[in-house]
Design a protein around this ligand. Structure first.
Ligand code: SF4
Length: 235
């Protein structure tokens, strides 16, 4: 039987299930903690650090840290919000993100977070990294310019034997996402679409499908990221 526990999040007394990750327990209490790499239902990795919170005085990732009885969590203090904004700015300056020309504009979680955090001019220098666009796969296009190395595709998209179809290749600052041609030989259209949708940005695109939903009518064009959770608290 699930054991209910009590914890505090930004001074609010909340209830959660013992062992539940902070990000999910917060969501159940209608409190949004932003993430980019997390996928509900799949083992978290804490790769992007956007969900950083302070737990009993220490910075931890909310997607990998379970709640426990009496835990005191800070998520909205000015320094934590600025840390998140800095990570978003870093991602924008490290890759090449040209939102107006991107198929994911309006459906992109990174872009939506940049709006949430009112990013204007990043505090870091743009690196204009030399990256490529690859279209050799029969069903998918990879735009390395936009990849934020969140590992969502690696963790979520598997073949019939449970082997990851995506993997990191190269090393250091050249690391990039690869598609295993053998394992992805039998990839269905549905799986290709799932891969494109699981990517939080526009780094994986399904071939033969572009701009299905017009710009202006996409998910985050209509509702800011996190508002689905936060609006529940207002009802
Ligand atoms: S391709 Fe997309 S899902 Fe995969 S690591 Fe890059 S950003 Fe994440």
């Amino acid at each position: 039987m699930n054991q209910l526990i009590e914890f505090r999040l930004d001074g609010v007394v909340c209830m959660g299930q013992k062992g539940q990750y902070i990000v999910d327990a917060a969501s159940d209490n209608n409190i949004y903690i932003p993430t980019l790499c997390n996928i509900p239902g799949i083992k978290p990795r804490g790769a992007c650090r956007i969900c950083s919170v302070r737990v009993n005085g220490k910075l931890m990732t909310a997607c990998t840290t379970p709640v426990s009885e009496g835990m005191d969590i800070e998520s909205k203090s000015a320094d934590i919000e600025d840390l998140r904004k800095a990570i978003i700015e870093l991602l924008f300056t490290e890759g090449n993100h040209f939102c107006p020309a991107c198929e994911r504009s309006g459906n992109c979680e990174l872009q939506a977070l940049a709006y949430r955090y009112q990013m204007l001019v990043p505090r870091f220098k743009f690196q204009f990294s030399k990256r490529t666009v690859e279209a050799s796969h029969p069903k998918l296009i990879k735009d390395h310019d936009r990849c934020i190395l969140c590992k969502r595709c690696i963790r979520a998209i598997k073949d019939e034997k449970g082997r990851s179809i995506f993997a990191f290749g190269k090393r250091g600052h050249q690391v990039e996402i690869n598609i295993d041609t053998k394992l992805s030989k039998n990839m269905t259209d549905e799986q290709a679409l799932e891969a494109a949708e699981i990517c939080p940005v526009g780094a994986i695109l399904k071939k033969e499908q572009g701009f299905k939903d017009p710009i202006g009518q996409r998910k985050y064009d209509n509702e800011p990221i996190g508002s689905d959770i936060e609006n529940l608290a207002l009802q």
